[in-house]
Design a protein around this ligand. Structure first.
Ligand code: MRU
Length: 369
């Protein structure tokens, strides 16, 4: 996608052999810094510290992490036992986004089909690249399907602005291209549909305030930043036509884990009769778990992310303490929205209701149902 009129992705294979490069999202929107990943430990650090973040991007980074593990393997052989150990470390980097284990397992499974050595190395690199390209295409298709929903709203409103509320950053920075929740918005915008996005700031790390605003501004899409708690008020006053969010893990029964605060938006949307859409590629479905609230692991991060807030002052990124120095804080990074609050899923294969029957109809090949 375009950043400073340059086409960029948040991750790419560097020209130098054995190196991956990523946009360091911790510094956006104030600085555009590219970070080199040369080892599996660099990759784990990048995922844990949220240099890269967002479910599809975490999956792609995990996939390239297996490549970096292989390139740096003792004797360059990348034998099964070594690779398996490195894959387990990668998968433990962040617990909620299922894309991480999906991406890592896919590359591992492609690797072990080849004997250790040169061919295996090629197979690993090819599979990681394939994942990246497939995810880009999946997000493009989410845009195509989701745009129909926006277009329908626009028609009903006689061409007046369609107001969409989104939470966190489910844009191209979180994916490879287009984003998940933002893909239908970008597609609608490109078609000339009048759209406006309410952007939740998304405390504590402000992915909405820092990243979604940056993306939308670069693309020229109308948007307004709001506090995390403003959505309910806007919905009550008919200022939101639909909610569109991404997800980090969605059970095949339809329960949705996403950035903390998503559930409250879904509750408010239900109360106000506003559709609540969740956009996701099939890599974000969990084909095993059946009960999101009971079973999806919810990441708890460093409480200092809640206690401190970061921003730019006089050209320097600055961190300040908000509460009294010794007040404890808790940092639950995700919550689960039960299927009953979800109007529909927007996937690369089309739109479906949030229940096991409709998900199975769209993805009959994804598990033994
Ligand atoms: O903690 P983050 O920034 O990785 O959380 C990201 C989200 O919650 C996104 O909404 C989700 O990954 C969907 S991304 C397309």
């Amino acid at each position: 996608m375009n950043s400073n009129s340059k086409h960029m992705r948040p991750i790419w294979l560097a020209e130098k052999k054995g190196m991956v490069q990523v946009i360091d999202q911790r510094y956006l929107p104030h600085e555009l810094i590219v970070k080199d990943l040369k080892t599996v430990n660099d990759t784990i650090y990048a995922i844990k510290q949220m240099v890269v973040r967002g479910a599809p991007l975490i999956g792609a980074t995990g996939a390239y992490g297996v490549y970096l593990a292989a390139i740096n393997s003792p004797g360059k052989a990348a034998d099964n036992e070594y690779l398996l150990g490195e894959c387990e470390k990668l998968k433990a980097a962040r617990p909620t986004a299922v894309n991480l284990e999906w991406g890592v397992d896919r590359v591992y499974n492609a690797a072990v089909k080849k004997a250790p050595g040169e061919n295996r190395m090629d197979a690993i690199k090819a599979e990681a690249r394939k994942i990246v390209e497939e995810e880009a295409e999946n997000c493009r298709m989410i845009g195509v399907h989701g745009c129909d929903l926006i277009e329908e709203f626009s028609r009903k409103k006689g061409g007046k602005t369609v107001n969409i509320l989104t939470h966190c950053n489910a844009g191209w920075l979180a994916c490879i291209e287009y984003g998940t929740a933002t893909a239908p918005i970008y597609t609608a915008f490109e078609k000339g549909i009048d759209v406006h996005v309410w952007v939740d700031e998304t405390r504590p790390l402000n992915q909405g305030a820092r990243l979604t605003t940056w993306e939308l501004a670069k693309a020229g899409v109308k948007h307004t930043l709001i506090t995390d708690n403003a959505g309910g008020h806007l919905m009550q006053h008919h200022m939101v036509d639909m909610v569109m969010v991404g997800t980090d893990r969605t059970t095949h029964t339809g329960d949705v884990a996403n950035k903390i605060g998503t559930y409250l938006k879904a509750l408010a949307a239900k109360d106000c009769g506003i559709p609540f859409y969740v956009a996701l590629p099939s890599s974000t479905f969990d084909w095993q778990l059946t009960d999101g609230i009971a079973q999806i692991p919810i990441e708890e991060r460093d409480p200092d992310e809640v206690r401190f807030i970061e921003g730019e002052k006089d050209g320097k990124i600055t961190r300040v303490l908000v509460p009294p120095a010794d007040s404890p804080a808790a940092n639950f990074a995700f919550d689960v929205t039960p299927a009953r609050l979800v109007t529909a899923f927007i996937t690369e294969r089309g739109i479906c209701n949030a229940n096991v029957h409709d998900i199975k109809n769209l993805f009959p090949d994804k598990k033994q149902w």
